[in-house]
Design a protein around this ligand. Structure first.
Ligand SMILES: [Zn+2]
Length: 198
């Protein structure tokens, strides 16, 4: 769901086009990065290490207030980054679970809630990342963005959609490739492999 997350993060900055057009590019870029950031934990404690559905959401409230009261590149960037990361972490609940083949629906872990210290179960509104409905969401989010953003951000949106299309086409094959390659790796790699690959 990464393309969907970054596009959703960007779209959070849409009100700036009217409210403070000079700050809109900063907002779009920060929303993109906030939407991206949680998934940097892809290979180390995925959906736990950098996913904070409760805390990003709480932090984004004062940040948003600061951006409204004292709009500047810095306050807008901080607010949109946190909002993007919060939306990503919350949205992961509505996707599939943490497993090599999430379309099988065997995992009860969608995202970790550090506040309650427990895993949130997947609701599977989007069955898995790279499912056709995930791509549909990405495309749907990109339509208003393509109207709202100027170059070079427009190229970022188009590039993100291109990644989403390729990922959707290859998603199931990627899991099979991982399943075939991982057993061939020397045991020494074991501690470094995500749990879902073992
Ligand atoms: Zn995520």
């Amino acid at each position: 769901m990464l393309p969907t997350h970054v596009l959703a993060g960007m779209l959070l900055a849409a009100p700036l086009v009217q409210a403070a057009p000079e700050l809109a590019p900063v907002g779009f870029a920060a929303g993109f990065l906030g939407g991206l950031f949680p998934d940097l934990d892809m290979y180390t404690g995925h959906r736990k290490t950098l996913h904070y559905p409760v805390y990003y959401s709480l932090l984004s409230l004062p940040a948003l207030l600061a951006a409204v009261v004292a709009p500047s590149a810095l306050t807008v960037a901080v607010a949109l980054f946190l909002l993007g990361a919060a939306l990503h972490s919350v949205a992961d609940m509505f996707g599939g679970g943490l497993e090599l083949r999430p379309w099988e629906g065997n995992s009860d872990r969608a995202v970790y809630d550090h506040h309650r210290e427990e895993w949130v179960a997947p609701r599977r509104g989007v069955r898995y990342d790279g499912a056709v409905e995930d791509l549909a969401l990405s495309v749907g989010l990109s339509v208003p963005l393509l109207v709202l953003v100027d170059p070079p951000l427009r190229a970022v949106v188009v590039g993100t959609i291109a990644v989403a299309v390729v990922y959707t086409a290859l998603r199931r094959r990627l899991a099979e490739i991982a399943a075939a390659v991982v057993p061939l790796l020397p045991e020494a790699f074991d501690p470094y492999l995500p749990e879902r690959y073992r």
